[in-house]
Design a binder for this molecule. Structure first.
Ligand code: FAD
Length: 438
């Protein structure tokens, strides 16, 4: 097999994981990232079993476990203390768990792995790409670096530049719109009043939603365990969240009326001299595409299928995209060439139904937790506890959260994703004598 020179646009979860897998297959990769340094700010996120299967395949799971926080399930409490959501990973698979992780840690784990392939990777930090164009047997990228324009060509390009991508081919985009609700979030010292192995959520109708996620530690301070706090809000109110003392008091009162133990903890945080929480805001997009690739151009991660984080699947889906792309690439190699048509057929087979399932569910469920219609939350509070009585539903819910569903009645196998045979890549072993791809 000939060596392909890929460009990956965006060094987020999707871009980094794909770069590792392509490098492992012996290919050459240039990563274009618009920021100058990879110091990802961002709330903690929950890696589900599907994402962890990819981590096992990448060989980074043990490293991740040292810094991340093992999570055994998700509990969502109503204002009257009833559990509306009560899903635990063991209901989906006896050895399943999730990992709460800080974005900086996720990035650290992936870049450390990528460093093992240093001679195959070219980093172009501070390079912003603004056009991608396929020509005969190559793809041309146009962009800017330090206010200078440049253009350069590659054998193939993967667009992994996140939810707000302007690079995804317009003809493939069916939906691209902002959600009316987002969240204020902050990373704080570990919450000690709640079980540190559970993602806790708190709801009152569809107007109030709060989350406390175990977030592990960052590499520079491995002893300091952290939690992420999320507070859901319409996007128009995000910029003014907790802007003054009165707003803080009002917020604490709202929490304290419903969940007093959490309010006590938050109160200590808000007036702590040592750890003043910094609140940032997150806004979401809904992106649906008719296809994810064609010819020598592909779109992966949030750029291909951004959605609300209600189901906690975005990073997992980005990781599954990386895995599926590398599997499809192997299948599409024939007579020292890549058959791009077969590659995308395979890729769509791996990813289309799963992505469609989670996007459908996310669009269905998000308004039950974030909307202005008072009756939606009431309906949810009536139906969900009833559904949780049914063992089949409990199990399906846990599998869904695990990220392994590919449809109503189908699912992927963790073991199949996690498996990696070191001898499956001929390229790596014969690296020195590889002909260049033409
Ligand atoms: C509040 C919140 C909570 C979340 N919680 C979870 C969770 O619990 N579990 C989960 O799985 N997911 C969660 N997600 C979603 C998850 O964070 C994303 O789905 C995931 O990070 C997407 O990764 P990505 O690589 O596709 O994109 P990104 O991580 O957005 O990376 C894109 C990269 O591309 C770069 N870039 C952009 N434009 C250009 C350009 N023109 N040229 C060069 N570079 C460019 C950007 O600088 C960035 O580094 C959450 C999201 C939010 C907002």
């Amino acid at each position: 097999m000939k060596r392909v020179h890929f460009a990956i646009i965006g060094a987020g979860t999707a871009g980094l994981a794909t770069a590792i897998l392509l490098a492992r297959q012996g290919h050459q990769i240039t990563i274009f990232e618009q920021v100058n340094e990879l110091c990802p700010v961002g709330a903690g996120l929950l890696l589900q079993p599907a994402g962890l299967a990819v981590f096992e395949h990448l060989g980074v799971l043990d490293h991740t476990l040292k810094l991340g926080a093992k999570v055994t399930g998700l509990e969502g409490q109503l204002a009257d203390k009833r559990l509306l959501v009560n899903s635990h990973y063991h209901q989906a698979g006896s050895n399943f768990y999730g990992i709460g992780i800080h974005r900086a840690t996720l990035c650290h784990v992936l870049t450390e792995k990528l460093a093992e392939y240093a001679n195959q990777i070219t980093w172009c930090m501070g390079h912003s790409i603004d056009q991608v164009e396929e020509r005969h047997n190559e793809v041309r990228l146009t962009g800017s670096y330090q206010q200078q324009n440049f253009d350069t060509c590659f054998d193939a390009v993967l667009i992994a530049n996140g939810a707000r991508s302007q690079l995804r081919p317009k003809a493939w985009v069916k939906v691209d719109q902002a959600y009316p609700w987002g969240a204020a979030w902050s990373i704080v010292p570990e919450c000690t009043v709640l079980d540190p192995k559970i993602l806790h959520q708190f709801y009152d109708r569809s107007k109030i939603m709060m989350g406390v996620l175990p977030t592990g530690a960052i590499p520079s301070a491995p002893q300091q365990r952290l939690s992420s706090v999320f507070w859901s809000l319409p996007t128009s109110q995000l910029s003014t969240f907790l802007q003054d003392e009165q707003a803080k008091q009002h917020w604490l009162k709202q929490v304290s009326l419903r969940w007093p133990n959490v309010a006590d903890w938050l109160e200590q945080l808000l007036w702590s001299e040592q750890h003043q929480p910094q609140w940032l805001s997150a806004q979401y997009r809904d992106v649906v595409m008719s296809q994810y690739g064609q010819g020598r151009i592909g779109v992966i991660g949030d750029a291909a299928h951004a959605m609300s984080p209600q189901l906690g699947q975005g990073a997992n889906m980005a990781l599954l995209d990386a895995w599926a792309f590398s599997q499809s690439l192997q299948t599409a190699q024939k007579n020292q060439q890549i058959d791009w048509t077969i590659l995308w057929q395979q890729y769509h087979q791996h990813r289309r139904s799963s992505t469609q399932f989670y996007q459908f569910l996310s669009r269905l469920l998000t308004p039950l937790y974030q909307s202005d219609h008072w009756w939606v939350g009431g309906l949810r509070d009536l139906v969900f506890p009833w559904l949780y009585q049914i063992p089949y539903f409990r199990k399906e819910m846990a599998i869904t959260i695990s990220g392994l569903k590919t449809g109503m009645f189908q699912q992927m196998s963790y073991q199949q994703i996690a498996a990696y045979q070191h001898n499956q890549n001929v390229l790596i072993e014969n690296n020195q004598s590889l002909p260049e791809y033409d």
